[in-house]
Ligand binder design. Structure first.
Ligand code: SAH
Length: 424
């Protein structure tokens, strides 16, 4: 027996025979630094019973130092996702505690009363992220609250196996009218999980478009099966939209990749002179229209077009804007496409900057987790150069505070939002 095996046996309670995942020498550094993932190629060996998908396993470094316990995902590039740094079993009680902690955090950051939990609140925000996967110690689970409804994404076998217990706790705490499965089919395919279920997991689904409040504005969402993008809305941009409104007064505003028009509604209520919205999806523009009407915003132009075509139309019409947001879908879906994505960001930014009036402000976003903050910033700098503009960064922003992340977890900081002021 080698020395590391002796250490493992010492700390393993006799009653519990769980699998131990031992890392290769030198591979534990990110985990010591807070990272919650164990990549399959960092594993030296797996000791003990052969783990099934979603099993609770113990992780050790090459010297037998305990690193944490998490869900095992055979066949996935991310073999283990840690839930805890304590040597404790991943029980339903632990999961329940995590959900309660997540709820308490949201009540705190959104200023909700404990009894409101968002849904019956008269407060400013009734659509928010309740559980943000690793950031709430529940890797693979996303839960978003939309007024009386919950939208969930389950993306790991560990969560999938415990989903009924999770739904029980959510029903008990939030008493929703319905809990809907909005899981991402692509994420589930990587984990070899079945396609997401259609129809509600609990209760009923909404009969049509409903409204929630976000930062005090009315916001349309469509959670019916087959409708809407993501879990319903892009909740991660909540605070960036609010900041956007601070720059809007008296300005002509362009909202590219507008989806339901969240940035535009904020800008209009922040005193924008006009708002122009662009999206390639007719359905998205339908939601945006509902939002504009509901918030009584009349001075708005909507363009249903791919962005290069919309930019051409606006340029041909001689339009200039003093405030622009570009919030495109993920350009880099995998690590192989990073270079291509970076040149895409450069071109998109250059084209947007050409339509920005001197002294104007650009909010430029990227939600590609595979692209670092530094690389994105460089692509924006290249965009400024191609457009022959001089600019400076006023703010470097990320996802809203109901999207917490563990320290040391780079992948959690997928959303980047630079606020760039163009000088001339
Ligand atoms: N800014 C939005 C979220 C944007 S999500 C908000 O605040 O909620 C990205 C949007 O880009 C989606 O609505 C999608 O329909 C749109 N889109 C995707 N490809 C596009 C393209 N080539 N041209 C224009 N819009 C596109």
């Amino acid at each position: 027996m080698n020395p590391s095996q002796r250490v493992i046996q010492n700390i393993q309670p006799r009653s519990e025979r769980i699998t131990v995942v031992c890392l290769k020498k030198g591979n534990a550094k990110p985990l010591h630094g807070g990272h919650p993932w164990v990549f399959a190629d960092a594993i030296a060996r797996v000791d003990g019973p052969k783990p099934a998908p979603g099993d609770d396993v113990r992780v050790m470094d090459e010297r037998g130092t305990f690193l944490g316990r998490g869900f095992y995902s055979p066949g996935s590039a991310i073999a283990v996702r840690l839930l805890t740094r304590e040597d404790e079993s991943i029980t339903h009680a632990l999961i329940e505690q995590r959900i309660d902690e997540a709820l308490a955090l949201r009540c705190d950051v959104l200023g909700l009363g404990p009894a409101d939990a968002g849904k019956k609140s008269n407060g400013a925000t009734t659509a928010f992220r309740l559980i943000n996967s690793e950031g709430d110690g529940l890797p693979g689970l996303i839960v978003d609250v939309y007024g009386d409804y919950l939208a969930i994404q389950s993306g790991t076998s560990g969560i999938e196996r415990r989903i009924e217990a999770i739904l029980d706790v959510l029903e008990d705490r939030l008493k929703p009218k319905g809990i809907l499965d909005r899981s991402d089919a692509r994420t589930r395919a990587i984990e070899k999980l079945e396609l997401p279920k259609t129809g509600p997991l609990r209760g009923s689904e909404p009969k049509g478009i409903e409204f929630a409040r976000v930062n005090g504005h009315e916001h349309a969402f469509d959670l019916r099966s087959g409708h809407g993008q993501k879990t319903g809305l892009y909740l991660d941009q909540r605070q960036n939209r609010q900041r956007f409104a601070d720059f809007a007064k008296g300005r002509d505003v362009l909202d590219v990749f507008c989806y339901a028009g969240g940035f535009s509604i904020h800008a209009a209520q922040g005193g924008a002179k006009s708002v122009t919205l662009v999206d390639s999806s007719e359905e998205a523009l339908g939601l945006a229209k509902e939002n504009l009407d509901r918030n009584k915003i009349a001075d708005a132009d909507l363009y249903a077009a791919e962005w290069p075509e919309a930019f051409k139309m606006l340029r041909d019409a001689g339009r200039k804007f003093e405030l622009i947001v570009i919030d495109p879908p993920k350009f880099a879906r995998s690590r192989d496409t990073v270079l291509h994505a970076l040149s895409g960001y450069r071109d998109l930014n250059a084209q947007a900057l050409r339509m920005l009036a001197p002294g104007g402000v650009l909010f430029t976003c990227s939600c590609s987790g595979n692209i670092s903050e530094t690389d994105f910033e460089r692509a924006v700098a290249q965009g400024l150069r191609s457009a022959n503009r001089r600019g400076s960064i006023l703010e470097r922003r990320g996802a809203a505070d109901d999207h917490p992340t563990p320290p040391g977890f780079d992948q959690g900081r997928y959303l980047k939002c630079l606020v760039v002021q163009v000088n001339d």
